[in-house]
Design a protein around this ligand. Structure first.
Ligand code: TPP
Length: 338
């Protein structure tokens, strides 16, 4: 069986039910993510933070899924590009900026984790480990716990296509398929694992082609189209919530920037390819859709930009000035206290 396309999977126009306030909130989450991300790059280039790994280009598939979830009720096991996902679930720009500086108030770990190991107890965002794909069996395990407890919580986990070469991916999907767990596997396929192209990661054309082998639908969609991302995500969440089991989603997307602040992408891809994808930018695309529909005015767009800029400035200033963790707390809560 070939992977499904959205029109074979979605049975309801979920996006058609979104209010204009929700549409604007989705746009604002994406714009905020992009501006925060840009600021993080600048701070890195200024030598003020040691490392940055970006979510640029991935905003639509993340926000589309976040808006389909119940924040603080459903669970997210993110990966390092999920800046927009965190924001759309309710994390503040300061929550994401503090870890970049390794400050004590960092909600993911009190400054102990690397940046982009997002975590937020209140929002049920589970901080992960640095080896890629470890979040996948953990998400399946959590969905198994929810099932044993009779809860209708949905668990979402994200990863790139390169991470699907790890054993963890196969073990997590196999377990979820066997037990029909309420877990959604969201592959954000940006076509490279650092410098390794997709063709060197797998012998099949799509990550979603593998869903069938684990007993779940594998759905391919345009990850740069917010409304399509929302439709597919909402259907996967509805299916999970009603006990229909797991779904493997594959958002086809691209990262227009290097893998991280430590990488030079000119060594493995052409400038023409990058430029071509910049024209498919998910934020510009959604903004155009809303302007054309009359759901967004130029004045609203400018007001949004000013609000976003102010909140990114405030997050930067606050995080720079915030305190580092105390040296005497270094082992707590890594080891329990007796
Ligand atoms: C088990 C493991 N192997 C290698 C690495 C080094 N590494 C970090 S990110 C990455 C690329 C992952 O690519 P992909 O899953 O496609 O995600 P993307 O960065 O493209 O979004 C690699 C190889 C790692 N963190 N863990």
């Amino acid at each position: 069986m070939a992977a499904l396309l959205p029109d074979q999977f979605v049975t309801h126009d979920y996006a058609g039910d979104l209010s204009s306030d929700q549409l604007l909130a989705m746009l604002e989450s994406m714009v905020l993510s992009r501006k925060l991300d840009e600021r993080m790059w600048v701070l890195n280039r200024q030598g003020k933070v040691p490392f940055h790994i970006s979510g640029m280009g991935h905003e639509a598939c993340q926000v589309g899924m976040a808006f389909a979830m119940r924040p603080g009720y459903d669970w997210l096991h993110p990966y390092y590009r999920d800046i927009a996902f965190n924001l759309a679930l309710g994390a503040t720009p300061t929550d994401l900026m503090l870890p970049l500086f390794g400050k004590a108030e960092d909600p993911s770990s009190g400054g102990r984790q690397m940046p982009a190991h997002f975590g937020n107890r209140k929002l049920r965002i589970v901080s992960g480990s640095s080896p890629v794909a470890t979040q996948i069996p953990q998400a399946a395990g959590m969905a198994f716990a929810a099932k044993l407890r009779g809860l209708d919580e949905v668990v979402v986990t994200c990863f790139g296509e390169g991470s699907t070469s790890q054993g963890d991916f196969h073990e997590g999907l196999n377990w979820a398929g066997i037990h029909k767990l309420a877990v959604i596997f969201l592959c954000q396929n940006n076509q490279y694992a650092i410098s390794v192209p997709m063709s060197k990661q797998m012998a099949v054309e799509n990550v979603a082609d593998r869903g069938y082998a684990y007993g779940m639908p594998g759905v391919i969609y345009d990850g740069n189209d917010l409304l399509e991302a929302y439709n597919v995500s909402a259907e996967a969440v509805a299916r999970a919530r009603r006990g229909g089991g797991p779904t493997l989603l594959e958002a086809k997307t691209y990262r227009p920037v290097p893998h991280s602040s430590d990488d030079d992408d000119r060594s493995y891809r052409s400038r023409e390819e990058v430029e071509e994808w910049k024209h498919k930018d998910p934020i510009q695309r959604f903004e155009k859709t809303l302007l054309a529909r009359g759901a967004l005015t130029a004045a609203q767009r400018d007001e949004m930009a000013a609000r976003v800029a102010a909140s990114v400035d405030a997050a930067t200033e606050y995080s720079m000035a915030a305190a580092y963790p105390k040296p005497e707390d270094a082992l707590f809560p890594v080891f329990g206290r007796m």
